[in-house]
Design a protein around this ligand. Structure first.
Ligand code: SF4
Length: 432
């Protein structure tokens, strides 16, 4: 019998990506055949994100394109965006199956019902158990170790979709990393919705927090792999974690912690749990202990009430901090959040103007960060990427590095010297 062909696309955060990998792997194990997006398939799956502003519009564009390729295609919508669907009848006319953040893991079960000529929707409201998700097809793998969030940042709809914070069992995490190492995965990115909140098992906070987990990992993992942390809330990044990473044989010195605004007034309105002083203290602490560390951040511009003066505070703060990169997001309204009802909204044109200014600043920061590392020695993990005759990889400190293409470098760690910087902030290197 011919295998059913499925095509699968995912949006949003690293966590969504790792969940996509798990679902995809389950379908492959069941004998489905994966084909790339917009090629002929029997089943098309969209793993959605609630953050995408034009999610609904994009969805209909997708559906139209898919129908052009295969009129009879079975279309499935998964994930966060499904929790925002109010007029499901309209969507169900075009999509055959809709599964929420919990239900999407039961996709194989729903696929068995597929021949009954009926469209299904299942968006469970109850909270679900956290799961370990991984992707063993690449050099790097995203490993979800925490899900949900107990915070209530005023702009964020995520806790509505993903429920309260809960964590994966520590021994399962260690076992999974060992398995990944056996599959020749060289870098693991630990992901979660609010990773710093690790330690809630069955909704009760325990003493087995993120620091405890990292310590256990240090003691129990000897494989030739490196571990990167995707992101930590500024109030949850503590001295013990910084100090452990500074001496670690596993964890790389890359800290991504989202500032969101450099104005205490706006941070308050956002219901963030730190202030500017605390943020600055954290950055300085990291760079005092690990001078070459990569520190990156996220910024939201155009939040309701963000006056020019507040934006300038953000700009000046970002300029003064030794950051390696800034990811900027123009504020966009999300239903069912406190910020949605706030007055003093900022015109979209202003939001995009402010985004551009921060993006330019980020470019300069990135360049300065690379220059700071010029002629220094680092470890690079080379990946499969081949572009313009080069093979690419990242240093532990998250600098994109390249060297003339040599296939035997794929998935290898190499000690290198960074010798040149190109126009895209990649650094050419020499193997030592
Ligand atoms: S910490 Fe804030 S922004 Fe992050 S998921 Fe929780 S509520 Fe959303």
């Amino acid at each position: 019998m011919e295998k059913l062909r499925f095509s699968f696309i995912t949006y949003g955060c690293k966590l969504n990506y790792s969940e996509y990998s798990t679902i995809k792997r389950n379908l492959l194990n069941l004998g489905y055949q994966y084909v790339s997006w917009y090629t002929f398939a029997n089943i098309y799956i969209i793993n959605s994100c609630s953050i995408t502003e034009n999610a609904e519009k994009d969805l209909f564009v997708f559906i139209r394109k898919i129908k052009k390729i295969n009129k009879k295609a079975y279309i499935i919508l998964l994930g966060c965006f499904t929790h925002k669907l109010y007029k499901t009848e309209n969507i169900l006319k075009n999509v055959n199956l809709i599964l929420g953040t919990k239900d999407k893991f039961d996709l194989p079960y729903y696929l068995k019902l597929k021949n009954k000529n009926k469209n299904y929707i299942s968006i469970s409201k109850n909270y679900y158990k956290s799961s370990v998700s991984l992707d063993e097809t690449r050099t790097r793998s995203f490993l979800k170790i925490q899900d949900g969030c107990d915070y209530k940042c005023s702009y964020c709809p995520i806790p509505n979709f993903r429920g309260r914070s809960r964590s994966e069992n520590i021994s399962n995490i260690i076992k999974t990393i060992k398995k990944l190492a056996l599959l020749n995965i060289k870098e693991i990115v630990l992901t979660g919705i609010n990773l710093g909140n690790f330690g809630n098992f069955g909704f009760n906070k325990t003493k087995y927090d993120l620091f405890y987990l990292f310590n256990q990992m240090e003691q129990n993992l000897t494989a030739n792999i490196r571990i990167r942390i995707s992101s930590i809330e500024p109030n949850l990044l503590n001295n013990r974690i910084i100090s452990l990473i500074s001496k670690s044989k596993l964890f790389v010195p890359h800290f991504h912690f989202p500032l969101q605004s450099g104005s205490n007034y706006i941070l308050n309105k956002m219901k963030r749990r730190y202030n500017v002083k605390r943020y600055i203290k954290n950055v300085k602490k990291i760079l005092n202990i690990i001078p070459d560390a990569c520190v990156g951040t996220d910024i939201i511009v155009g939040f309701p009430g963000e006056k020019e003066a507040n934006f300038l505070e953000t700009y000046k703060l970002l300029k003064s901090l030794e950051l390696a990169y800034i990811q900027v997001f123009p504020y966009s309204e999300r239903e069912n959040t406190d910020a949605y009802f706030m007055k003093e909204t900022i015109p979209k044109i202003m939001r995009s103007k402010r985004s551009k200014i921060i993006r330019l600043l980020s470019k300069k920061k990135k360049k300065n960060y690379c220059l700071k590392h010029l002629f220094k020695h680092y470890r690079v993990l080379f990946e499969k990427t081949k572009k313009n005759g080069y093979i690419f990889g990242f240093t532990d400190t998250y600098i994109s590095s390249k060297i003339k293409w040599k296939p035997n470098l794929i998935k290898k760690f190499k000690a290198v010297k960074l010798i040149k910087i190109d126009n895209y902030n990649n650094m050419e290197c020499q193997i030592l």
